[in-house]
Unconditional design. Structure first.
Ligand code: CAA
Length: 289
């Protein structure tokens, strides 16, 4: 293993280019890293490409970035359907859907792809990082790196160390995230980590309030924005997070902690079943163009 304080990270792999994965790829590319984004098929690659073009296009429109800078940024990102393209990655961040079996199969497969020095991270919101790490032959190099949505905007990244994460892996990841301008915090491996444990009881309560017709969605959101200074109301935030993702997070936390606060409000499941997933599907609590 190379010197833990001077090791250089230049190439980062991101597996899964949904809302979070594409955002994470953008964060690294903005900071000069070469990024290899892996998706399961061409449809996934195309969705990732559109997400990246839309997000960086927004920055161009707002004159935060020139078209040349956008082209350079996008030029640093290679999109592929082949995991073997991750062979030279120093750090791989998995950001696929919240399925423990899928995540474990990826960490198992990475054994045959990356070198022994590569650090492997999962962006899981609520699954056990320890369990995911057991799928790899070197669980000491596995760590949780949990970005917040939208990843290019939110400064917080939670780093989840397991009981076997090597100290130099933690130190390297902290350094890389600080270099990106992020504010990492470190916590242990418990469903929800710090922020979601505190946030999702509140979000779930807002859904129950809406479901019980206690107040309109606009008034619930306005109360928290204008009364408590939150940048978004809870129902608008759920639409941003994705109602399917929110449901999975709540369900996992509920199964692990049995705290009624986290028992998903029934309407959340109904929305997900009906395909109302929030912004990404065009409709959730609100409708989007
Ligand atoms: N992708 C990239 N950039 C985005 C973006 C997106 N989806 N949405 C907004 N931005 C950027 C804008 O381009 C703008 O950038 P500049 O300042 O450089 O111009 C900046 O963010 C502010 O955007 P807007 O002016 O359009 O809107 P806003 O001021 O209302 O901010 C917001 C939008 C950043 C989303 C803000 O409302 C916010 O911070 N909301 C709370 C988000 C939050 O709580 N996230 C955590 C969710 S929980 C989670 O992610 C954990 C999990 O496991 C699910």
């Amino acid at each position: 293993m190379s010197d833990e304080t001077t090791r250089e990270f230049t190439t980062v792999g991101v597996i899964g280019l949904g809302t979070m994965g594409a955002g994470i790829a953008e964060v690294f590319a903005r900071n000069g890293y070469s990024v290899i984004g892996v998706e399961v098929n061409e449809t996934g690659v195309e969705r990732g490409r559109q997400h990246l073009e839309h997000s960086t296009g927004r920055a161009v429109k707002r004159e935060k970035m020139t078209e040349e800078q956008q082209a350079e940024l996008l030029g640093r990102i290679t999109l592929t359907t082949s995991m073997s393209d991750l062979a030279g990655a120093d750090l791989v961040i998995e950001a696929v859907i919240e399925s423990i079996e899928l995540k474990k199969s990826i960490f198992r497969a990475l054994d045959d792809v990356v070198g022994p020095d590569a650090i492997l991270a999962t962006n899981t919101s609520s699954l056990s990082v320890t369990e995911i790490s057991t799928a790899n032959s070197l669980p000491g190099r596995v760590i949780g790196v949990h970005f917040f949505n939208p990843a290019p905007v939110q400064d917080l990244v939670e780093i989840i160390r397991t009981v076997v994460t090597e100290p130099h892996v933690l130190a390297d990841v902290q350094r890389v995230l600080r270099d990106l301008g992020k504010d990492p915090v470190v916590c242990g491996d418990k469903a929800g980590f710090i922020a979601n444990t505190l946030l999702f009881g509140y979000l779930n309560h807002a859904v129950a309030m809406y479901e019980g017709k206690y107040a309109s969605r606009e008034d619930i959101d306005a109360a928290m924005r204008f009364g408590c200074g939150y940048p978004m109301g809870p129902l608008a935030l759920l639409d941003l997070i994705g109602l399917d993702t929110a449901y999975e997070i709540l369900d996992t936390m509920y199964k692990q902690g049995r705290d009624r606060l986290h028992a998903p409000a029934p309407i959340l499941k109904q929305y997900v079943t009906a395909g109302l997933l929030g912004r990404k599907s065009g409709r959730g609590f609100y409708t989007y163009e």
